[in-house]
Design a protein around this ligand. Structure first.
Ligand SMILES: NC(=O)c1ccc[n+]([C@@H]2O[C@H](COP(=O)([O-])OP(=O)(O)OC[C@H]3O[C@@H](n4cnc5c(N)ncnc54)[C@H](OP(=O)(O)O)[C@@H]3O)[C@@H](O)[C@H]2O)c1
Length: 238
């Protein structure tokens, strides 16, 4: 099994990379901070780890990098698109950055990956969206909207695969709260998981080819609530 992880320098992506590397899977890891990726490679000298600097907002380059990795690795089976940002009380510039990374950057790679798998006998596309996909938010409307895009896009690709029998599994990973650099400044978090525990549950959901997985699993209960809560109540809670 060969796996590409987009956004593996810190947090959930890094823990996933270390988990898969510790199991001996051949992996490719990407992110903007290449020194952090080299650190992971050094931790696992006996595992094949391909390292690539990648800024997902530069989507022509990121799609070309995927092409190069496909050649270097002799193909791959799973692509996990985890790169993402979220800012507390974002400025306009930060809102644009969120859309460029979480929406445009994600879509460019998901689109490339789908076509690659379509031409190469199938595979599995995994996107790390969020529980935030299920509702708006007074604090971060752009973040929640960006995650809703990811979730709907993945649902569409899953439907396309079913309709045209493309043999492509699409797994939407929806974390609740995970302790990572992204959430360091967050207040009022609950059921916070370590990134290692999140990675274990994500790997489990990926290997069983789940369509949707809440991380950690008990956030499923929150998802049910979010789906039925009216906006006036959401305003009080979030
Ligand atoms: N932590 C949570 O509670 C939580 C909850 C729900 C969903 N999520 C989602 O989980 C994913 C991982 O987040 P995290 O919490 O693990 O945060 P994190 O530690 O800040 O990790 C974010 C990752 O995304 C990469 N990234 C950001 N901008 C990028 C860009 N322009 N090009 C390429 N890579 C980029 C970062 O690498 P570089 O900065 O080195 O490029 C880093 O590897 C995100 O999509 C996030 O929205 C997190």
């Amino acid at each position: 099994m060969k796996i590409i992880i987009i956004g593996a320098t810190t947090g959930i992506g890094r823990s996933l990379a270390q988990l898969y590397a510790s199991k001996g899977y051949e992996i490719a890891i990407t992110g903007r901070r290449i020194a952090l990726l080299e650190e992971i490679k050094e931790l696992f000298p006996n595992t094949k780890i391909h390292v690539r600097a990648m800024d997902v907002t530069d989507y022509e380059v990121s799609r070309k990098t995927m092409q190069d990795l496909a050649i270097e690795m002799g193909g791959f089976d799973i692509v996990i698109i985890n790169a993402g940002v979220g800012f507390p009380k974002a400025t306009f510039e930060q809102e644009i950055e969120t859309i460029n990374i979480n929406v445009r950057g994600f879509m460019a790679l998901a689109n490339w990956t789908y076509q690659y798998f379509q031409q190469n006998g199938g595979g599995q596309l995994v996107g790390v969206s969020s529980l935030a996909a299920l509702t708006g938010s007074a604090y971060a409307p752009e973040y929640h909207a960006s995650k809703a895009f990811m979730t709907n896009y993945m649902s569409g690709l899953r439907m396309r695969s079913a309709k045209y029998k493309h043999q492509i599994a699409v797994t939407d990973i929806r974390p609740g709260f995970v302790d990572t650099p992204m959430t360091k400044q967050n207040k009022g978090m609950f059921w916070v998981s370590t990134s290692e525990k999140a990675a274990l549950q994500i790997a489990e959901a990926v290997s069983s080819k789940k369509k949707v997985a809440y991380i950690t699993k008990r956030y499923y209960l929150v998802a049910i609530l979010l789906k039925i809560m009216p906006e006036w109540l959401l305003v009080k809670v979030f």
